[in-house]
Each structure stands twice: as structure tokens, then as C-alpha cells.
Design a protein around this ligand. Structure first.
Ligand SMILES: NC(=O)c1ccc[n+]([C@@H]2O[C@H](COP(=O)([O-])OP(=O)(O)OC[C@H]3O[C@@H](n4cnc5c(N)ncnc54)[C@H](O)[C@@H]3O)[C@@H](O)[C@H]2O)c1
Ligand SMILES: [Fe+2]
Length: 386
């Protein structure tokens, strides 16, 4: 199998990377930037500091701060209208995965005259977008380095997964200092999202020689530092390690794939509006247990990387230790069970299961899982995690 590997051509990593925003914008020839972000970034002052930095370099900046968590088609349309009104020639995404994904799709929608639904799926975007710079503030989705965006189709309550090389940023500025303000629950949710990226990229049927080292380092760093970052929000070493893990995990999964956890997680987010990282975390232990038999040596290696099994332990026993480890990690991070988070209740959940299983399969992600489930098996798995 030939593997294709795409990442941004420029990635700046480390303390102070976001100070390079104006220099990178100028390098890309930007004169009028659209800064796509959310209200938290405005109230924290971070968005304002970015605007000032750009202005000092004679680059005009228009602020678009109405991106909501789990961005919608409407967020993209509103941002695009502002971009056109202000005649912007560069797009900047600042925030967690939500503003970054919205920025990605605004940048390609500016140059591709097609309804957003037509971008959904694999390699469906005809032309490159406007130059794009991404700055993550969570650790995280890794969206700053991925050719993936997830946008909710509000007409159908479906999270559209788009994968295309034209969604890549021209520059990613990965500055862990921006993640220091994350509250504990956000640190936990996005951190388990990172771990899920590493694990799914590594066990995927599309795992390859370029993604394996990135995935395993993502897993190792997360296992060593997530709990500390959660417990001690000001711990700079832990925050730095988690920001790096998120970036590595993004590069890994976008060039391998995510699998059944992400496939089942997106419908939960679309229908019941759980945060992406949280719904992944709630699924991860049980879906891992179900998938083990399809990739025992790989799951065993993951168990060794996270310290759930000693190096000398044989594959079967090592792999079997992984779901318990993941369940314990959730418990340590204060993440309970799915039923604690679905306010609509079990009857409503039960009613949606068939449609959710179909949406999971339609995304294409479950087909990369070590064991590929039927729709009926996905329904049963949803019931198990309830
Ligand atoms: N494109 C990809 O490759 C990819 C990968 C995984 C997930 N995603 C998508 O990313 C989205 C989730 O992104 P996310 O989990 O980063 O969260 P988010 O962007 O939705 O942000 C969640 C909340 O945290 C706040 N926040 C962000 N950074 C903060 C900080 N430093 N301090 C305090 N508050 C902060 C935000 O303002 C927001 O209120 C989902 O839509 C998911 O589908 C995309
Ligand atoms: Fe994710």
C-alpha cells in the first residue's frame, strides 16, 4: 500500500510561536486578514493582541468571533459573508478545533463556489483556498496540522467530515502558553481526544510507516502528562508536552485515519450536543475492548506505551489490560458515563440509535477499525456505553 502524507509546510512549535503571526501573514502576502475565533478568545484579550500585532505590521484585520463550539454551516456562511464584504485575502483561525475548522472551511469556500455539503467526504474540494494560518489554544484536536474539518449540517443534524489537502494551513503556530488558561474539564476532554487520535491512528487499517512514530509518541506523551496538566493547570512542562502530543496526534490520524471511536462519537455530538472530546472519552474504553481482537499486537504495544503492561508481558495479556487502563484514566479525570451527560434521557437515546449507527457508518471512519462493525453491532455498542 502506498501512503500519502500531508502536513502544513510551516509549523512553528514552542513558547512565543504566536508572536510570529504578523511575520507569517506578511510572508504569505496577506494585506487584509479575517481573524476567525470565538467569544472566549475575545474576552481573554488574546484575539485583540493578535489584531494589534497584525496592525503594527500594516496588515488590516477583521474580527469574526461568532464561531460556536462544534461549528455549523451557518457559522461558515456568516464568516464567508464578512470575508467578502471586507475583501480579505488571508484567513487566520484562533482557538480550539471549532474556530480552526470554521476558518479552514471559510478559506476554501472563498475560492470554491459550491454548497458546503459538497465538500463533505474525501477529496471533494476542487481548488486551493485562501492562505490560512492556524493557532490552537486547546491541546487538543491537532486541527492546526490536519487536512480535516468537521462542520455541522444544521438542516440534517449531521457532523460533516471533510478531508482534503486544500484544508491544510500554510502555517501552524503551536504555542503551549495559549493552553495554560484551559479549565480542568476542557483539559480532560481535549486531552483524551488527543489520546484517541494517537490510538486510532496506530491501530487503523491505514496506519503506515510515517504515521506510526507520530502516533506512538503522541500516546506516550499523553499518558505521561495529561493527568498532571489536569491536576496542575499552571504546570508548563505538562502543558508543553500535551500541546506537542496534540500536534503529533493530528499529523498521525490525518495521514492514517481515525476509526470507530470517532465514527460513533460524531453522531452523539450532532444529536445530543456533547463536546467532541467528551463523547470520545466516554466511548474509548468499551470500543477498545470490542476492537482488541482485530489488532492484538498493536493494542498490546499501546498498553506498554501507556504503562498498563510491562514490556515483558505477552501480547494477549498486554492488550487485555488496555481497556481497564482507559476506564481508570477517565475516572481519574472525573469523566463519568454517557448517561450522566445525555439530558434527554434513555428513551430518547434509544430512539435515535438506528440513525446514529447509520451516520457513523456513512462517515467512513468505522471501516478503518481493526474490526469493522455492522449497523446492528454499533447499536449494541451504543447501548453498552450508555
Ligand atoms: N479538524 C480536525 O482535525 C479535528 C480533529 C478533532 C476534533 N475536531 C473538531 O474540533 C471541535 C472541538 O474542538 P476543541 O475540543 O478544541 O474545543 P472548542 O474549540 O469547541 O472549544 C471549546 C470551548 O473551550 C474554549 N477554549 C478554547 N481554548 C481555551 C483556552 N485556552 N482557555 C479557556 N477556554 C478555551 C472555547 O472558547 C470554547 O468555549 C469539534 O467540532 C471537533 O469535531 C476537529
Ligand atoms: Fe478528535
Amino acid at each position: 500500500m502506498t501512503a500519502q502524507f500531508n502536513v502544513p509546510s510551516t509549523i512553528l512549535v514552542g513558547e512565543g510561536a504566536c508572536q510570529q503571526l504578523a511575520a507569517q501573514a506578511a510572508r504569505l502576502g496577506g494585506r487584509r486578514a479575517l481573524l476567525v475565533t470565538d467569544v472566549t478568545m475575545v474576552s481573554s484579550g488574546l484575539a485583540g493582541r493578535c489584531v494589534e500585532q497584525l496592525k503594527a505590521a500594516s496588515i488590516a484585520a477583521t474580527l469574526f468571533s461568532s464561531v460556536q463550539p462544534d461549528p455549523t454551516d451557518k457559522n461558515v456562511q456568516d464568516g464567508l459573508a464578512l470575508l467578502r464584504k471586507e475583501n480579505c485575502d488571508l484567513v487566520i483561525g484562533l482557538g480550539g478545533g471549532s474556530p480552526m475548522d470554521a476558518a479552514k472551511v471559510i478559506a476554501v469556500a472563498a475560492t470554491n463556489d459550491a454548497p458546503l455539503r459538497e465538500f463533505a467526504g474525501y477529496h471533494r474540494i476542487a481548488k486551493p483556498g485562501l492562505p490560512l494560518i492556524l493557532i490552537p489554544t486547546t491541546a487538543g484536536t491537532g486541527s492546526e496540522v490536519t487536512k480535516v474539518a468537521v462542520i455541522t449540517d444544521t438542516g440534517r443534524d449531521v457532523k460533516m467530515m471533510m478531508l482534503d489537502v486544500h484544508l491544510l494551513a500554510r502555517a501552524a503556530l503551536v504555542d503551549f502558553e495559549l493552553s495554560l488558561t484551559m479549565p480542568a474539564s476542557l483539559t480532560a476532554h481535549v486531552g483524551v481526544d488527543t489520546l484517541t487520535h494517537g490510538i486510532e491512528a496506530y491501530v487503523s487499517r491505514k496506519a503506515n510507516a510515517l504515521t506510526d512514530p507520530l502516533a506512538t509518541e503522541c500516546i506516550r506523551l499523553t499518558a505521561s502528562h495529561l493527568f498532571t496538566a489536569w491536576q496542575e493547570p499552571g504546570n508548563r512542562a505538562a502543558r508543553e508536552a500535551m500541546m506537542l502530543a496534540a500536534c503529533l496526534g493530528g499529523m498521525a490520524f490525518a495521514n492514517s485515519s481515525v476509526c470507530l471511536v470517532h465514527g460513533m462519537s460524531r453522531p452523539i455530538g450532532a444529536v445530543f450536543h456533547l463536546a467532541h472530546g467528551l463523547s470520545n472519552a466516554l466511548l474509548l474504553p468499551e470500543i477498545t475492548r470490542w476492537s482488541l481482537r482485530g489488532a492484538v499486537p498493536r493494542y498490546a504495544q499501546v498498553a506498554r506505551l501507556v504503562g498498563a503492561a510491562a514490556n515483558a508481558v505477552a501480547d494477549e495479556a498486554a492488550a487485555a489490560a488496555l481497556p481497564e487502563y482507559l476506564g481508570r484514566l477517565n475516572a481519574r479525570l472525573g469523566i463519568g458515563r454517557l448517561r450522566d451527560f445525555i439530558k434527554a434521557g434513555q428513551a430518547e437515546f434509544e430512539q435515535k440509535l438506528t440513525a446514529m449507527a447509520e451516520a457513523a457508518l456513512a462517515s467512513g471512519s468505522p471501516q478503518n477499525n481493526p474490526v469493522v462493525p455492522s449497523a446492528g453491532e454499533i447499536v449494541e455498542l451504543y447501548r453498552k456505553v450508555w
